[in-house]
Design a binder for this molecule. Sequence first.
Ligand code: G1P
Length: 294
Amino acid sequence: MIKKCLFPAAGYGTRFLPATKAVPKEMLPILTKPLMQYGVEEALSAGITNMAIVTGRGKRAIEDHFDNAYELESQLSGTSKESYLKDIKEIIKKSTFTYTRQKQMLGLGHAILTGEPLIGDEPFAVLLPDVLVLDKPSRPRNYSFVRLVEAWEATGIGQVMVERVGMDTVENYGIADIASTDLEPFSSVELRALVEKPSLEDARSDLAVLGRYILPAKVLDLLSDTTAGVGGEIQLTDALDMLIKEGGLNAFETDASTYDCGNQQGFLGANLAVGMRDAKSRAYLASLIKSLGI
Ligand code: G1P
């Protein structure tokens, strides 16, 4: 059973300044819901209730969001606006939140290692909150993440969710090397290697790591031996590549739409995609496009 989900949420969000000067990037909203809440809901969908969050300076809004707000609640109590807080109150009731601060920004791998005291010696999920994963509307919510956890439960082997990104963007991601080129959506296959941000020539596929992982505790040992890699940062991908050699790791492909909300286009796309799933917003967007003459 996977009981804990680690959320690296310490980054400065520099690509989103000035919005992220005083607001954590994980608290930027997609319509009315902060990114971090989408991530926590995803974990809850898979039965994970212990949220382990690696934060940093200036991130206290995350802790406040996942806590009771008595003054606000008593103001809204008995009014029609009370329903706005229903979902978040439910999440707070179901989940446990633990936090630790990353003191230096030394990369994703270092952030995960910083979370070790919150995880202990058990397998755990990792979820990058600035990547929004939207499954097809015909499927249950958070279907891909639920299936990812099921793939771990069925095999006992770590799972890394991947998606096809096209060869022209491989340099932005961790890229998978698998034996077969035709990985079917929702199937889990053995990885041969993982390479962080390879050049086009070095990339063995366009299957990119998108920020959802189920990992054995052993990866924390491997991370403590991982030296700085691409960009001078301690890369999670490098520790995972060692894990492939030492015990195995699988790639799990999804056909969900993903949005990197750490960059402007991804953030805009996420807001539009979520808006298009709401009848009122969809009608508004249709009339907006018409009035703009696009
Ligand atoms: C991180 C990971 C990378 C992964 C990406 C997904 O990179 O290191 O392997 O593909 O997230 O968004 P970053 O975007 O932090 O540079």
